[in-house]
Design a protein around this ligand. Structure first.
Ligand SMILES: *[C@@H]1O[C@H](CO)[C@@H](O)[C@H](O)[C@H]1NC(C)=O
Ligand SMILES: *[C@@H]1O[C@H](CO)[C@@H](O)[C@H](O)[C@H]1NC(C)=O
Ligand SMILES: *[C@@H]1O[C@H](CO)[C@@H](O)[C@H](O)[C@H]1NC(C)=O
Ligand SMILES: *[C@@H]1O[C@H](CO)[C@@H](O)[C@H](O)[C@H]1NC(C)=O
Ligand SMILES: *[C@@H]1O[C@H](CO)[C@@H](O)[C@H](O)[C@H]1NC(C)=O
Length: 365
């Protein structure tokens, strides 16, 4: 494998050398430099270990006063403690090949990866020569991809698919993979009836390390009416490949909670079984915007004696003609619970609000 990579590299670099004018002579040079290109044969390895073989290559410099390497490979020896450029005072250039910096961009030719940096030579005759330098990289898949969040939650304000699409743009699902040779990842979604997943490109300015996933509806335009929870997997392209997961939760919209205008309502019951209420019940948003129902409960059971009827925006409590309040003389009043329910007709999601209904027993009238 390594030999094949070398071969690719050799072919690639030879191509570059051929393009450059190898005949051209420069005022100064580094050993093994061809034209103004230098190929370093010893590759940088990326392994699971923190530190890479700290090899350093030495090159003999001809007619060079100073050499500066403007890259992550730069040799500290060329800067003094104040960060000023220093005269090496020798005609040996040391290029320490450091550990791979997985957060930096690398160059690629076919399936082959390399670092590409420039060494600037200041020649004795004051010319400068930029020497384009190439170092092959042997990468291993020592980073697993991971998602930005362990769980992505989308609380929809509308059941239209466009709302979910908009929310995905605002809060995108992103997977990161730091491996230098990472160029893409694959996304998979757990089997479900609602969404497929697609790779949606590289996050700009992420040095190819971050990738967007996009959930797309299986049936375009279908409203989102159920709560959906799916596991999404990201897999990198390494050998062997590595994976990680996140959970995506999509909550379709719920209506607001119904609120009674008054926390309690009073009804009057007389010994001749006449029932009178002076005020009807009202909800803050009215009863017509959502599908509204109101129940009267006694100890969480449906009350047999009273029932609520919605007339336009008001709720009227009526007494059933056959039923009577049978603890009329034992108690001075009875407490009932009023339960209003808003239901979103598309999603069938509902919310509940309550108030108290107090029935006064008028024993003496
Ligand atoms: C080397 O890197 C520079 C910038 O970093 C880029 O412009 C140039 O195309 C690269 N050359 C090769 C041969 O990869
Ligand atoms: C998945 O990613 C999380 C960080 O987001 C990490 O803690 C966890 O170890 C990863 N799991 C695997 C199997 O790589
Ligand atoms: C409820 O009672 C009111 C009078 O308070 C009456 O007008 C209305 O018809 C009754 N509604 C039902 C459904 O019984
Ligand atoms: C009902 O009210 C009367 C008079 O205020 C009181 O004497 C009686 O104890 C009350 N009954 C109950 C069950 O609370
Ligand atoms: C029942 O009694 C109340 C209070 O005394 C009275 O206002 C009402 O008219 C009576 N209803 C009937 C049907 O007699």
């Amino acid at each position: 494998m390594k030999k094949i990579l070398y071969l690719f590299f050799a072919i690639f670099v030879t191509a570059i050398f051929r393009v450059s004018n190898a005949e051209e002579t420069f005022s100064c040079s580094i050993e093994k430099q061809k034209g103004n290109y230098l190929r370093i044969d010893e590759p940088v390895y990326d392994t699971d270990d923190e530190i890479i073989v700290p090899q350093s290559e030495e090159y003999y410099m001809r007619e060079v006063q100073q050499a500066f390497i403007f890259d992550y490979f730069y040799s500290k020896q060329q800067y003094d403690d104040n960060g000023n450029k220093m005269d090496l005072g020798t005609n040996i250039l040391q290029i320490p090949l450091r550990r791979i910096d997985e957060k930096r961009e690398i160059s690629k030719a076919g399936n082959f990866y390399y670092y590409n940096f420039t060494i600037t030579l200041h020649c004795n005759n004051d010319d400068t020569v930029d020497t384009h330098t190439f170092v092959p990289i042997i990468d291993t898949n020592n980073h697993g991809p991971f998602f930005g969040k362990p769980k992505y939650t989308y609380n929809l304000i509308s059941s239209y698919a466009e709302d979910f699409k908009r929310q995905q743009l605002l809060n995108p699902i992103i997977a990161t993979d730091y491996d230098v040779t990472n160029t893409a990842v694959k996304f998979n979604i757990e089997e479900n009836n609602h969404f497929d997943i697609m790779y949606n490109g590289i996050v700009p300015n992420s040095l190819n390390k971050q990738h967007y996933a996009l959930l797309t509806p299986k049936i375009p335009g279908k409203p989102i009416t159920d709560k959906i929870e799916v596991i999404v997997t990201v897999t990198d392209m390494g050998f062997p490949s590595r994976s990680n997961v996140t959970k995506v939760e999509i909550n379709p919209p719920s209506p607001p909670m119904p609120i009674f205008k008054s926390p309690f309502y009073v009804g009057h019951y007389y010994k001749n079984h006449t029932f009178v209420m002076h005020d009807n019940l009202e909800l803050e948003e009215g009863c017509t915007f959502y599908s509204t129902t109101v129940e009267i409960l006694v100890e969480d059971m449906r009350c047999q004696i009273f029932y609520a009827t919605i007339v336009k925006d008001e709720i009227i409590i009526n007494k059933s003609s056959k039923e009577y309040v049978n603890n009329f003389y034992e108690e001075n009043y009875t407490v009932y619970k009023l339960k209003a329910k808003y239901t979103n007709p598309i999603t069938n999601l509902f919310t509940v609000g309550t108030a108290t209904f107090i029935l006064e027993h008028h024993h003496d009238l």
